[in-house]
Design a protein around this ligand. Structure first.
Ligand SMILES: [Zn+2]
Length: 280
């Protein structure tokens, strides 16, 4: 029975021909700790197949989930930050930017693009939390403003996907000006009667919540996303009251009327297409 008994003796397989399980083949859910194949996780729009935990993903993932066949034209892909305030904390701001670009492969905390989504062209801006906490500096504001210009020029809907710690402290006042700039651009989009949908993901806080993230014709969120302006400690100290449990979750915010609906990431593309065709 040659199936069970090795006939050939002294088989030598060179190291380069030996099959090995490649790294990153398995993904372990940080919520339920169960494992699944990375491929399976990706096909499930980066949500856990066991507990539906929505992994925090960035522009690359959302582009691949939303654009048909990952087909899109990126806008202002090379724009990088200046250093208007010569800001230094534990390191100089330009050094921090350079190090973050090298580490993440991103140029700043937002990427903007347009392309087909279920056959209809949509312009979108997607934030990357891995770039200095998804903080909103001048580049983020400028890229969003230009993407809205592009949406007006091509007469497409505009989608904003936020994931941010808020304003970028290294740009102080310049960062805050982005709130006014992006809000003004969204008003122009509204004058043109073009739809704007804002998707809030985990976490969306600070100046981002206080500007473009809450200005959508529809403001929607991913399940269990943390949504807020200031952190719980700051609010407690300001109003001198204890706060209800879970008051910054998407579910609580929805119940209190600040969101239109919560959407599972697996349904996101179809829900958005329906919404945009309704608003046309
Ligand atoms: Zn899980």
């Amino acid at each position: 029975m040659s199936w069970f008994v090795r006939k050939d003796k002294g088989i030598q397989t060179p190291t380069e021909l030996k099959r090995e399980a490649p790294d990153g083949l398995w993904y372990q859910c940080p919520n339920c700790k169960k494992a699944m194949q990375t491929r399976e996780h990706k096909l499930n729009a980066y949500t856990c197949i066991h507990c539906n935990y929505h992994e925090k993903v960035g522009s690359e993932a959302y582009f691949s989930i939303l654009f048909d066949d990952n087909d899109f034209v990126e806008l202002d892909a090379t724009m990088i930050s200046g250093d208007p305030l010569n800001f230094v904390d534990t390191k100089a701001y330009p050094d921090r930017i350079r190090a973050t670009i090298a580490k993440t492969g991103l140029r700043d905390a937002v990427r903007t693009a347009y392309g087909p989504m279920n056959g209809e062209i949509v312009t979108m801006a997607v934030m990357d939390f891995s770039f200095i906490g998804g903080s909103m500096g001048s580049v983020v504001g400028e890229k969003i403003a230009r993407a809205i210009d592009q949406a007006i020029k091509n007469r497409t809907p505009f989608l904003m996907i936020s994931r941010s710690g808020g304003a970028r402290m290294m740009e102080a006042g310049f960062s805050l000006m982005q709130m006014a700039k992006t809000s003004a651009k969204l008003a122009l989009l509204s004058n043109e009667k073009l739809p704007y949908v804002s998707l809030l993901t985990d976490p969306t806080t600070g100046g981002v919540t206080a500007s473009y993230a809450m200005l959508g014709d529809f403001n929607i969120a991913e399940p269990e996303a943390l949504i807020g302006f200031a952190g719980p400690r700051v609010i407690r100290e300001t109003i001198g009251k204890d706060l209800p449990k879970g008051f910054q979750s998407a579910e609580f915010v929805l119940e209190h009327g600040f969101l239109d609906f919560i959407v599972d990431r697996k349904d996101l593309k179809d829900r958005l297409s329906t919404l945009f065709s309704m608003l046309k």
